[in-house]
Design a binder for this molecule. Sequence first.
Ligand code: NAD
Length: 359
Amino acid sequence: MMHIFKPKQLQNDITQLFEHAGVSQQEAQQVAENLVLSNLSGHDSHGVGMAPRYMDAISEKRLVPGAKVTAHIDHGCLLGLNGQGGFGQVVGFEAMQRAFEKVRTEGACIMSLSNAHHLGRIGHFAEMAVAQGWISIHFVNVLSRPVVAAFQAGDGRFGTNPCCIGIPIGMQDLSLNKPFILDFATSAVAQGKMRVAHNLGLSAKPGLLIDENGLPTTRPSVVVKAQSNGKFGALLTFGEHKGSGLAIACELLGGALSGGGTWRKEANSARAVMNGMLSIVIDPKAMGQEDFFYPETQAFIDWLKQSPPEPGTPGLILAGEPERQARLERARGLEIDEATHNELKASALKVGATGLFQI
Ligand code: NAD
């Protein structure tokens, strides 16, 4: 069963939920806005359903409300930052703002951010950069549970390591820009989708999962609960050796280069999800391409869009379009599933917050 909420109500209720956990009103509101925007963008996996987990991570004292970003490297175009366990939505935003100051003076910035709690939908950061007319590239590792297996490996060794590239397209008027925002997990499918399939008793498509013995399976339960030998199965990466290589690059760049660390241990029951991120932000004007880059990007997309649709498909969709379309369709109401609604209510009850998430 689905419950329909006005986005504003959800935002207010999530803000109040965090405030009950001692989060300042301003910070609670910033996180709530970001989570609701993920739902609006069509990515419920990174929306308000994450709030109960964030509340648990605050109780674990691994998510630190009010944490301030510190810099250990700040010279030339280089910025080395530590999020100190703060909300990813807050320290990630601040890290991007600091990278933007560098881009204004240096033309580009290479920024690493360690020790951020869950950064949510990485596309938000690329959208911040394209709103300035800039390109951004992000490699992220996830310190939570080793749920993804490398190509031809028999067990999970890292997380769903997202990668994101944002490129402004044309640029006569920033408000009309329809940027290319490629933003995806390097696992072939989201862990959350497997949990839903398991709850509904459905099978997964072939090629997405291996079981606790490293063999191909369509049983989603292998990544939801420990199997008879006490082990979990794993999600596969997308695109065989190519996606697997990109996932490993995300781990090395987001984890080792940022100083936040790579994942090198067995699964544990901690609720906190930590992220490390390497971001590269480039001003095309500083590359001497102000007059060429923007019209050229538009010209290429126009050319691409003239491609006839593959029979039986809606035709070419540019990365970033599904999220913009979802925002139009979802603005009037967000569907929250029964399990998420129950988790939100239980989380509110735990901290004595009454009257929240009423339909
Ligand atoms: P997904 O599989 O829905 O892919 C999304 C990307 O593909 C977007 O760029 C979208 O515009 C594009 N896209 C979707 N349909 C398309 C089509 N038909 N044609 C062309 N392009 C299309 O996303 P996902 O892999 O499930 O990831 C969802 C979100 O989860 C992302 O925002 C990611 O940043 C986030 N994530 C975050 C973490 C974290 O730890 N913070 C971890 C994993 C994923």
